[in-house]
Ligand binder design. Structure first.
Ligand code: DAH
Length: 342
């Protein structure tokens, strides 16, 4: 009897099951009421008592093995969508299905490039919380209370407590760095920021900025210009020019808007730069002495520059993406286009 169990067990293992018909055949042959295993159980009654225990164990093992094989293949059929009722998985001659690897999100691609360029210039990385208090987001940055400048940025207040906000810009991290470090300070602070805006192709309630801060003795506006000029050439190409337009931010004096020559048309004028030859990438300026003072740095001894730029904005310009919402929709057809850009 043990020999019989062994041969059936070998046959079960070697049995080819590639179609549903073969699976049914397998069931009839071994597991059905008229199947061979059932017959063995009948024979079992006649086995000599002294070996009954050992034979019984083997017989049970055989039954479980046959049942398992049946169940697992049946499950594979259930999951397979093949209408011909065949198991493709068993066709070892088919070519390998290529492994679909993911890629970096376009925002990460540009973020990483920007960080890399500034790191090579000796800037370190700093971070701050996305849920901020009024002091770090506004007051310490020289936004007086109830001053209309606060309305430049539509703010999300949380917990009905006007002191707790979702940071509207990464300039809040400047304050945290100044609190914790002594000059010389040379840092960039990338991160997510929030504005209470209706979502459209051109505006979003959540986006990314990269803030830069440099404080030391005798830091001048020309240091700011040269730093950003070098950055623009590294990121957009050696031909790139920059220009500053006078602007206003409470935390810098003087303040400027930073434009780079349009890297799509090289300044000749195109749809991206609206025929002007220039595109805006962020704001900058010399750190206002009040801000230094607010954060315990002596403005008589030290000066500094700061800048902030939008990562989405730069990414949209660089890859000519016309709708901000694409960045957060996770449409694989959109994301796949950036797969090969590192
Ligand atoms: N925080 C400004 C904004 O979100 C951008 C900015 C402008 C940052 C000038 C700066 C700066 O550090 O100096 O619009």
């Amino acid at each position: 009897m043990l020999d019989k169990i062994k041969t059936i067990s070998e046959r079960i293992e070697a049995y080819t099951i590639e179609t549903k018909d073969q699976l049914e055949q397998f069931r009839l042959e071994f597991l059905s009421r008229k199947g061979e295993i059932t017959a063995l159980f009948d024979d079992f009654k006649t086995v000599a008592p002294d070996i009954k225990r050992a034979v019984g164990q083997e017989l049970n093992k055989l039954k479980v093995a046959a049942q398992n094989r049946f169940d697992s293949i049946q499950e594979q059929f259930e999951q397979s969508t093949d209408s011909k009722h065949t198991l493709r998985a068993t066709d070892l001659t088919l070519p390998v299905i290529p492994n679909q690897l993911g890629g970096k999100h376009p925002i990460s691609v540009v973020h990483d490039r920007i960080v890399e360029v500034f790191e090579r210039m000796g800037f370190n990385l700093s971070e701050g919380p996305e849920i901020e208090d009024d002091w770090h987001n506004f007051s310490a940055l020289n936004f007086p209370e109830n001053h209309p400048a606060r309305e430049m940025q539509d703010t999300f207040f949380i917990e009905k407590n006007p002191d707790v906000v979702l940071r509207t810009h990464t300039s809040s991290v400047q304050v945290r760095v100044m609190e914790n470090e002594k000059p010389p300070i040379r840092t960039i602070s990338p991160g997510r920021v929030y504005r209470n805006e209706a979502i459209s192709a051109r505006a979003h309630c959540m986006f990314h900025q990269i803030e830069g801060l440099y404080i030391d003795k005798q830091v001048s506006f020309s240091d700011l210009k040269n730093t950003l000029y070098h950055f623009a050439k590294e990121l957009f190409g050696a031909e790139t020019q920059i220009r500053f337009r006078p602007s206003y931010f409470p935390f810098t004096e003087p303040s400027a808007e930073i434009d780079v020559s349009c890297f799509i048309c090289n300044g000749k004028g195109c749809g991206v730069c609206k025929q002007s030859g220039w595109v805006e990438i962020g704001g900058a300026g010399m750190v206002d002495p009040n801000v230094l003072q607010n954060n315990g740095i002596d403005p008589k001894k030290y000066s500094g520059f700061a800048f902030g730029m939008g990562v989405e904005r730069i990414t949209m310009l660089k890859y000519q993406i016309k709708d901000l919402r694409l960045f957060t929709e996770n449409d694989i057809r959109f994301l796949r286009q950036f797969k090969h850009i590192q």
